[in-house]
Design a protein around this ligand. Sequence first.
Ligand code: EPU
Length: 420
Amino acid sequence: MDRIVVEGMRRLSGDVAVSGSKNSTLALMAAALLADGRTVLQNVPRLRDTDAMLEILRALGARADWVEGDQRKVVIDGSSVSKPEAPYELVRKMRASFLVLGPLLARCGIARVSEPGGCAIGVRPIDQHLKGLQALGGKVRQDHGVVEALAPEGLKGDRVAFDVSTVNGTQNVMMAAVLARGETVIENAAREPEVTELAHFLLKMGADIRGAGSDRIVIQGVDSLRGVQHRVAGDRIEAGTLLIAGAITGGDVRVTGIDTSTLESTLEKLGEVGIELDVGSTWVRARAPERLQAIQAVTAPFPGFPTDMQAQLMALVCVAQGSSLVTETVFENRFMHVPEFKRMGADIALSGRTAHVRGVPKLMGAPVMATDLRASAGLILAALRAEGETVVSRVYHIDRGYERIEEKLEHLGGSIRREG
Ligand code: EPU
């Protein structure tokens, strides 16, 4: 199994381009099932998760492939969907495959998708997805680990009020509602940029959606949608991760290819830590200060500080001056990186949902284990600032969501390599 080996204490500097957003891509790929005809996605990141979604689409009978000769382009044609069933062997590889439920139900009037189950960061229920689809008239049954949804007469628009802010739940219901009869109003909708991007994509396909980006989305159903071309936006979480990579090494890194309006809460925290930021509309330059300052951070749905940046920010404040508090409110078990950081010399005490991080002058390289995607990103960041060698095992977690991270960090001057 691959490992990533990092020799720490090298200063990172230079420009680096972010890849397309993983989480946007996964929703857009599912939405392509709604079109009559071909959808072309560009700037698609080559990741284990994007490959997993293509595999699921193919299992449903859709055409879904990378375009030969273009590393970042995918063509999807859902007209041929013949088997609206996503089996457990595929769904268990990636929770986001549950995003095919809404489009399949809208398109085929029937969908069977295995329940994704929990994962390393929490229980992750699907009750809100199901509540939304039921409100639109879907008959939902959960049996032997499979969710079956039926709407033989088609879905009918209605009011869906989410009890919690859910990104994939909002996306699933949006994708079902675009082909439902009449009006759907989603209250307490998630406001994440990936929801807004999906709405723009659906609009291009011919959908009628207003309010995406706010907590109230209004959708008028249409009869059909067409295939379109779309360029996936840059990945805001990768951008934040690379900015911290520079800053944690005392470096000077400019990240390009990102809509910086989606990065505000992350940049605010980096500013509080003392990092000097120059911000353009599609790039950010981050220069590390002499000393990093302690901060308080609380994760929250967009526009709050993203849970997907929590492990990376924690890596940074492990070497800041003073005591920081990092509180996780979105997922109940997203502190799996803490014991690994401690093995590298970090001083962290957990109490409930809050990590008390006392900054230490240095971290030490150690063998560590990745437990989930963002935790592994945090470990690589800590390794960049650690004395000696860190060996990160189980790197398949990082390959789920970061495209060739070792090449990007090496390009910036890091000493990092992959070993088979
Ligand atoms: N929740 C429910 N019921 C539901 C759905 C969600 O109680 O039916 C709860 C969750 O348990 C959690 C909270 O609502 O406590 C928010 O979860 P959400 O549904 O928003 O998460 P998600 O849509 O499953 C997406 C991203 C995650 C990211 C979260 C939060 C994708 C494929 N995944 O997950 O990304 O952390 O939103 O922003 O879009 C990652 O990329 O590493 C990752 C985990």
